[in-house]
Design a protein around this ligand. Structure first.
Ligand code: NOJ
Length: 546
């Protein structure tokens, strides 16, 4: 039997730099992270996704790598990394790491050699033009900040391509030597025990293939197959979770027939979930989910509420974006970024409304796919909109109400990013230690909800069907797998209601698994149920409690 562990994994994204500082220099490190491993295991996480921790000039939060084979000295050593993986494995936790190979930092020795010498073999590791291409101002990823996708390098005497910031030179994947280097990098981290990769910027990685820089490159996606083959030969149970916010027509190409990538983030699910929350409309959520293509049995969606980037709403129309912004980013000047998204964490977007927060995470846990939490979401952390660009949502983890939120013993001005210390979301009010002591806290709710999600493999494996409720605010769905079924009902609206679920099988009972409050038990085989405003209830359909 195939070991498709990721079908029921609970992912947790960590930026080592802002998670826990053990040596008191103001920067999180592997030693600190290792100290927190029992916290992570206790939350019920099964796979940690580590954001880039490689040596870096750190101009794009580590997504500008200058050495793929090491740990940034600010975060520790390779020895610390291995020690961390040992501790994680002891607790049954898997680790995936960010693989950032669409581009390197301009400080990577390959780029430096490429600039210095036209005849260096590294010249062809990048993409060059003697004249600035006409479309250099098109396809900019960070509008308002980034000016072009081609920049002149004096030393090289040529323009180099960069889809992202100008310090991130695009690698030339068409060059077989570059592809070999990427395999070597993958092989290295796999040998150190990781269970796979979160592949950064996947569409741009293959874009150069698509543009057919080499005329004989027929199918750009074959590169993904090559990557997947290498991965699976090296480690059979390793996965690739790709960041590919592409059109629905393009999505199937990333999964292939199950011979390409195993997981993709569900950007459609995410963007339509926000629109659905703004509109209090079940139909809107269903519309988004229905846009997702069928995927192979071995494929899986990664569901999330927020990540370390902006909440991109690029797949919504302008007026739909406005609807989301009106509720979740009312001060557009301050909260809106790159002409497409919101640079806030989720809890402040809903003004700390605990009921709404739990509703959204309950959706994340029950929609078909595997959930991905961003660190700090489990306690409802806030943001700091005075920070530049996406840094607003990347402040350090709030462990306690001690100085610097217990994140670091350094002086406050030495911290890599300031902790949130003002207002409702300050570490004085939102932190792990306080929430640990409170049985009703978000942290304890999250732990319970994750535990229940793990007891419901149907959500990860099963066939999804929407259930009609006749209430436009109530989204109900079931997931069937191996003659078992689970049902989740979510009231996206603020008003309480009673709904009647249209379920064909009236021989079965609804067995309550989790809800926003203890509801009256459902009687007999009736499928009529009450829901509070922003309420949710999970059930197993059947006659067995467990
Ligand atoms: C996607 C990452 O999530 C983002 O943080 C980064 O800036 C770009 N890729 C470029 O690597």
């Amino acid at each position: 039997m195939l070991d498709l562990w990721y079908k029921n994994a609970v992912f947790y994204c960590i930026d080592v730099e802002t998670y826990m500082d053990a040596n008191g220099d103001g920067i999180g490190d592997f030693e600190g992270l290792t100290q927190r491993i029992n916290y992570i295991a206790g939350l019920g996480i099964t796979c940690i996704w580590l954001m880039p921790f490689y040596p870096t000039p750190n101009k794009d939060n580590g997504y500008d790598v200058k050495d793929y084979y090491n740990v940034d000295p600010r975060l520790g050593t390779l020895g610390d990394f291995v020690q961390f993986t040992r501790r994680a494995q002891e607790r049954g936790l898997r680790i995936i790491v960010d693989l950032v190979v669409n581009h390197t930092s301009d400080q990577h020795p390959w780029f430096q050699a490429a600039c210095k010498d036209k005849n260096s073999k590294y010249r062809d590791f990048y993409v060059w033009a003697d004249e600035k291409p006409e479309d250099a101002e098109e396809g900019i990823i960070f509008p308002g900040v980034q000016k072009s996708t081609w920049t002149y390098n004096e030393e090289a005497g040529a323009y180099y391509a960069h889809r992202f910031y100008d310090h991130q030179a695009d690698l030339n994947i068409v060059n077989p030597e570059v592809r070999q280097e990427i395999q070597k990098i993958m092989g290295f981290w796999l040998a150190l025990g990781v269970s796979g990769f979160r592949v950064d910027a996947a569409p741009f990685l293959i874009e150069i293939m698509r543009e057919g820089v080499e005329p004989d490159v027929e199918d750009p996606f074959l590169y993904l197959k090559e990557m997947r083959n290498f991965l699976s030969w090296r480690r059979g149970d390793a996965i690739i979770l790709a960041e590919a916010n592409v059109s629905t027509d393009d999505l199937p190409n990333y999964f292939g027939d199950g011979d390409m990538l195993q997981m993709l983030f569900s950007f459609y699910g995410n963007q339509y979930m926000f629109l659905a929350l703004a509109r209090e409309s079940a139909e809107t959520l269903l519309q988004g989910l229905n846009m997702l293509p069928e995927i192979p049995h071995t494929g899986q969606w990664a569901n999330f509420v927020r990540n370390h980037d902006e909440l991109s709403l690029d797949k919504l129309s302008d007026s739909e974006q406005d609807e989301v912004a009106a509720q979740f980013a009312p001060d557009k000047e301050l909260m809106w970024i790159y002409d497409r998204g919101v640079r806030r964490r989720f809890a402040p977007m809903v003004n700390g409304n605990q009921r709404r927060i739990r509703l959204a995470y309950s959706l994340m846990l029950t929609l078909p796919g595997s959930p991905v939490l961003n660190f700090g979401e489990e306690i409802g952390m806030g943001d700091d909109l005075s920070l530049q660009e996406r840094n607003s949502a990347r402040t350090p983890m709030q462990w306690s109400n001690e100085p610097n939120a217990g994140f670091s013993k350094a002086s406050a001005d030495q911290l890599i990013l300031p902790v949130v210390s003002e207002g409702e979301f300050s570490y004085k009010h939102v932190n792990v230690i306080d929430q640990r002591r409170d049985p009703e806290s978000l942290l304890n709710w999250m732990e319970r909800a994750i535990r229940m999600r793990k007891e419901c493999p149907e959500y990860g494996w099963g066939d999804f069907t929407a259930i009609a409720t006749e209430n436009p605010c109530v989204f109900a769905h079931r997931c069937d797998w191996q003659n078992r079924a689970v049902i989740a009902v979510h009231n996206l609206g603020k008003e309480p209601c009673t709904v009647s679920l249209k379920i064909d099988d009236d021989a079965c009972h609804l067995i309550e698994l989790l809800g926003d409050k203890p509801y009256e038990p459902i009687k007999g085989s009736s499928y009529e149920l009450d829901l509070e405003g922003y309420g949710y209830r999970w059930f197993r359909l059947g006659n067995h409690y467990i």
